[in-house]
Design a protein around this ligand. Structure first.
Ligand code: FAD
Length: 462
């Protein structure tokens, strides 16, 4: 039992970042985490392990498809799945231990166990009750499923099960063509599984720029992923370790089914606030299960704040981190701010897909006049040299003022390239500002500059 200035409940990217910033600002801080390791969904069963598997399988793809072209001949590597999972676990451990180190360095107490809030200013973990002037709820999210589907994490899995399958399945059905489904689908397709993605809508990755989404689907199809679009999954039956996914096509209401060794249910995530006792302390919830907060992440109960996947907004680690830092500043009496207009989102497939700001579709709906500068990676020397000339950069700027409104990239290194535009948008830059900035040659970044040039007098290499 101890007295703290701040207790953060949840040690994911929202919670641990918040705890570190609170400690840096001189507040006596503890973080409650029930998992065996810090880092939350992101480090344990999310961003980091999925990127490890994406990396390993991307390298495999390079060896199988591109090495010989570069004169690197010889046997392609064979897959040792057990070792790949060990590598993935080592990556997780390295990262989660890193957070433990940062907690020690910043003198943050990790209170191990599941926390609840019995009354304002108190956090209960096991039999201990700790006092806190401020409490931050950073309890994250959990996978959501569909009615008619029973998850067993063996044959019918969520992303968590998909990161640790016993063996590489021969066939996989992915329900849901969102980021997680397509990333994990790519991993198993590269490992030789026959992957079919079943999606309710008519386009993959809802909310993404339409042109990018179409192009992305074409590229994934070329890579061997199959798509069943406009299909409402009704149920999944499991018999003798084999699954049958039953769906109805929306266009004509016809019924069909596909069999698979493994079914990945990737239909989204929902906020996780179970067991916190929020109703008892006057913390109001929104209809979709998020904790209700004001513009300063304060819930409806004084001294209790909430951030990350547990509140509204995109369910992304960096959004949670930014809120974690900002709410720490607010608690310390400073000015915390998150610019929700400039939160990038990235899909780590190959090629990567990244976007920030407005899409053309949204601008059309708002009736705002805009212009588009586009540049294909076909015109980028570096991309051609590394067999990654699929895709393009699309920059959107205000028609009159030239101020950048959004950017959508599909192509090599898109997840890193997007940040040039994030910074530009933070500074209120125009497309011409980017176009006039000298970019090193030969880099993928030149494609961003060319797209900015295309917003004005024209790209050079188009
Ligand atoms: P979480 O990371 O979910 O952490 C919450 C923590 O709180 C958990 O560790 C939980 O154990 C703990 N907790 C909950 N209740 C209690 C309690 N009562 N007491 C104590 N502890 C509690 N995002 C990206 O930005 N980039 C990506 O590439 C990406 N890839 C992803 C891949 C997958 C497969 C998945 C599933 C997610 C991915 N995400 C990605 C999303 C990202 O993981 C989340 O947005 C992020 O983890 C949210 O952070 P958080 O701190 O809000 O919650």
């Amino acid at each position: 039992m101890a007295d703290y200035d701040v207790i953060v409940i949840g040690g994911g990217p929202g919670g641990y970042v918040c705890a570190i910033r609170c400690a840096q600002l001189g507040l006596k801080t503890a973080c409650v985490e029930g998992r065996e390791s810090l880092g939350g969904t992101c480090l344990n069963v999310g961003c980091i392990p999925s990127k490890a598997l994406l990396h390993a399988t991307h390298e495999l793809h390079e060896a199988e498809h591109n090495f010989a072209k570069m004169g690197l001949k010889g046997k392609s590597p064979s897959v040792d799945w057990k070792q790949m999972l060990t590598y993935k676990q080592e990556v997780i451990d390295g990262n989660t231990k890193g957070i433990e180190f940062l907690f020690k360095k910043n003198k943050i107490d990790w209170i191990k166990g599941w926390g609840s809030i019995p009354e304002a200013g108190k956090v209960k973990v096991g039999d201990d009750v700790h006092n806190a002037k401020s409490i931050v709820i950073a309890t994250g999210s959990e996978p959501s499923s569909l009615p008619g589907i029973e998850i067993d994490e063996k044959t019918v899995v969520t992303s968590t099960g998909a990161l640790s399958l016993n063996k590489i399945p021969k066939s996989m059905v992915v329900i849901g063509a969102g980021v997680i489904g397509l990333e994990m689908g790519s991993v198993y397709a590269r490992l030789g599984a026959d992957v079919t993605v079943v999606e309710y809508l008519d386009a993959i990755t809802p909310g993404m720029d339409g042109e990018v989404s179409k192009n992305f689907q074409k590229i994934l199809t070329k890579q061997g992923l199959k798509f069943v679009m406009g299909a409402a999954v009704q149920s999944v039956d499991v018999k003798n370790g084999k699954a049958t996914v039953n769906y109805q096509l929306r266009k004509d209401e016809s019924n069909a089914s596909i069999e698979a060794e493994t079914v990945l249910v990737a239909t989204g995530r929902k906020p996780y606030t179970d067991g916190l006792g929020l109703e008892g302390v006057g913390v109001e919830m929104l209809p979709r299960g998020q904790v209700k907060t004001d513009a300063h992440w304060q819930t409806t109960a004084k001294g209790i704040y909430a951030i990350g996947d547990a509140v509204t907004g995109p369910m992304l680690a960096h959004k949670a981190e930014d809120e974690g830092m900002a709410v720490a500043e607010v608690i310390a009496g400073k000015h915390g701010h998150v610019n929700y207009e400039v939160i990038p989102s990235v899909i780590y497939t190959s090629p990567e897909v990244a976007s920030v700001g407005q899409t053309e579709e949204a601008l059309k709906q708002d009736g705002r006049a805009y212009k588009v500068g586009k540049f294909s990676f076909m015109g980028n020397g570096r991309a051609k040299a590394v067999f990654q000339s699929d895709g393009f950069v699309k920059l959107i700027a205000d028609k009159e003022t030239d101020r950048i409104l959004g950017c959508h990239i599909i192509g090599p290194g898109a997840g890193d390239l997007i940040h040039e535009i994030c910074v530009a948008m933070e500074f209120g830059a125009s497309a011409q500002d980017v176009a006039l900035t000298c970019h090193a040659h030969p880099t993928f970044s030149e494609a961003v500059r060319e797209a900015a040039l295309a917003c004005g007098d024209g790209a050079i290499h188009a």
